[in-house]
Design a protein around this ligand. Sequence first.
Ligand SMILES: O=C(O)[C@H](O)COP(=O)(O)O
Length: 327
Amino acid sequence: MATTTISHQAIGSIVSHNRPFKASLFLKEPLNVPMKLSPKRFKIEATASQVIDNTVLSPSKNKPFESKKRSNEAALILIRHGESLWNEKNLFTGCVDVPLTQKGVGEAIEAGKKISNIPVDLIFTSSLIRAQMTAMLAMTQHRRKKVPIILHNESVKAKTWSHVFSEETRKQSIPVIAAWQLNERMYGELQGLNKKETAERYGTEQVHEWRRSYEIPPPKGESLEMCAERAVAYFEDNIKPELASGNNVMIAAHGNSLRSIIMYLDDLTSQEVTSLDLSTGIPLLYIFRDGKFMKRGSPVGPTEAGVYAYTKRLAQYREKLDEASLN
Ligand SMILES: O=C(O)[C@H](O)COP(=O)(O)O
């Protein structure tokens, strides 16, 4: 296994995308992080979140809310955030933290209606406000009326001070985990530039390569491949185990971090992923069963029968919701 050295300065720059991290958590010594080369991609086996203990924590490790139920299937919902103020202005955004427009707020609410009958046990978002707004707004529409609560594990004090003391209240909550690894691809020197003007300056083909190719990074930014190294590693280490435990998960993230995750779920080639483009605010449903991901498209509405026919558990859940609303 090859070993690469990540300096504390590099770790510092990785964690600086995540607002809650504190300088005191930065490492004093360089780290030797083992890396394994897989045929399709590099997998970073020790992610920054694992290295910096007690920062980004999985709920199963901490049991902050409900105890686990066992099932061999689970639902996975992916949502790209609603329109942001820079989507509206057609600017490259990347890791710049801009909020949703009013249209984006509406898109998030509409997305929430479409998935309002699908039980969500756990939410993952990026550390960027547009993804977090989308997740929260979508959950305002949910029939289960559980309250999404952002877990603050960035320091012992943050964790202690946000503790919920009622077991009953905890049961009525959905943990929300914010992870910088799910952030948008870092767009380098394109961040803040207008997409149309950039295409006029550098040529449509060049800009298309920067935006959609797998290997080619934008100037001083991340390629999709580099974005996949962190996003897919995070998915495998923190999200897949939750699905394997039978927890239904929603991920609210970004065009490119989600493209890299979809590439992994659908086993797309680097060629195929170039034509994958995600619209803002459209939820996508996957069923995880027996270790495999099955794509189920986008639920068209809360009453769409098809979604509930995918799994027995979802159908039973839907029945219970209907019974409860009749009583
Ligand atoms: O970061 C951005 O500018 C967008 O959210 C995604 O941009 P793209 O469609 O150019 O990849």
